[in-house]
Design a protein around this ligand. Sequence first.
Ligand code: FAD
Ligand code: PYC
Length: 417
Amino acid sequence: MTRFSIASLFRNALGADQNWRPQWPKPDPKPRYDAIIVGAGGHGLAAAYYLAKEHGIANVAVLDKGWLGGGNTGRNTTIIRSNYLYDQSAAIYDHALCLWEGLSQDLNYNVMFSPRGVMMLAHNVHDVQVSMRHIHANRLNGVDNEWLTPEQAKAYCPPLNIDAGARYPVLGAALQRRGGVARHDAVAWGFARAAAARGVDIIENCAVTGIRRSPDGAVTGVDTANGFIATPKVAVSTAGHSSVLMDMAGVRLPLESFPLQAFVSEPVKPALPCVVISNTVHAYISQSDKGEMVIGAGTDQYVSYSQRGALHIVEDTVAAVCELFPEFRRLKMLRNWGGIVDVTPDRSPILGKTPVPGLYLNCGWGTGGFKATPGSGHLLAWTIAKDEPHPINAPFNLDRFRTGRLIDEAAAAAVTH
Ligand code: FAD
Ligand code: PYC
C-alpha cells in the first residue's frame, strides 16, 4: 500500500517533482533487536532461549505468523532418537538427545520426555542389512542401538504381531533404548516461558513479509504484518516455508515441501510400552500419556503447502498398523491433521550461515526435526552469536549442495521416501 503524508499532498498540488514519494515510515536507523528469529516453533524458541542463556544475548524477538508451537512442533508424533547412519548425523542428533535428557530440569518445566525405547522394524533381507549397518555405525559413534530377534521384539512390545505369515513379517528390529517421546506443546511452551523469563520478546500474529538488505548486501531488518523491525541479524527457522522466507532475501534453497499426516485414536489404558517405526510399511506408533495411540503416515507424493494430505496415505497407514497390531483394529480414530515438512535432497538439515551477511538458516529437517529441537536451537544460537557454525553443525551447511559433500540419511529418515 502506498502511504501519503499531508506534506506529499501539498507538494503534488503545487506541481512539485511528481516522482517524489514520501519515505514513511522511515526505517529505524537504530536496530530495535540484536537478533530476530522468524518462526516460533520449537527450534526458533530454543534458539532464543540458548541465545539468552548461553551467550547473554536477550535483546531478541521471535516472530510468528500464527501462534507459538502452531506449526510442525505442535503437529508431529514426537519420536526422539539419534540412531542415524553418518558420523555427522550421529553427532548432531545425539547432541540433541543428550539435551533432552536434562531438558525438564533445565527449563524447570516438565516436557514429559519419556525414553521408553524406539524399535525400528525389519521386514525383509534388505531391511535387516540396513538395520545391522546402522547398529554397527551407531555403536562406533557411541550411540546405543541393538538388534532384537522377532521373539525379543515381541517380549519388548507384547502387542506386536510377529506371525511369519504376515504380509510384511517382522524379521527383527533395531532398538534404541534411550529413544522415546516428549509432549510437543510442552516443549514449545517450556522454551517460550524460559526465553521470555530472560527477556526475549515472542510476537505472535506477526508474519514476516520481507527481509531487507543494505546496498552492501547485509541484513538490516524484516518487514512484517505490523511494520518494519530493524536488526542486524535474522535467523529463518520456518519449517515447511523456508524457501518462501529465503526468497525474500534473494537466496534459493534446494528444498521441497510436502504434507505429512498423523492421527490419534480414542484414549485407552496403557497397551503399547514403546515406540515402533516401520519404514517399509510407512507407519509409526506410540501411546501418549493421555492414552491415545499416536500414529503417523508417510509423506504425500506431491509437493504442497496445504496443511492436510491425501486420504489414501492415511488409509495405507491404518492398514499397516492393523497388521502390525491386530488388537488395535477395534480402536476408533479421534482426529487427524497434517503439517508441511521441507526436505533436502540428502534428507539432512541445513543449519548455518547463508551467503547474505547477518542471515542464518535452520531448515530441511523434513519428517524428523522434532527430535532435534533442543540441539538445533542450541547450535543455531551459537551460530548467530559467534557468526560462525559450531563444529557439530558445520557439515550441515548450505554449500554442501554445491561442493557435493552430502550427508545422505534417506535410509534413517524414517518416512521421507
Ligand atoms: P515449526 O514448528 O513448523 O515452526 C515454524 C514456524 O514458522 C511456524 O510456527 C510458522 O507459523 C512460522 N512461520 C512460517 N512462515 C512464517 C512467516 N512468513 N513469518 C513468521 N512466521 C512464519 N520429527 C521427529 O523428530 N519425530 C517425529 O515423530 C516427527 N513426526 C512428525 C509428524 C508429522 C505429522 C509432521 C508434520 C512432522 C513430524 N516431524 C517429526 C517433524 C517435526 O515436526 C519438524 O521437523 C519440527 O517440529 C520442526 O520444528 P520447527 O520449530 O523448525 O518448525
Ligand atoms: O524421525 O523418527 C522420526 C520420525 C518418525 C515419524 C516421523 N519422523
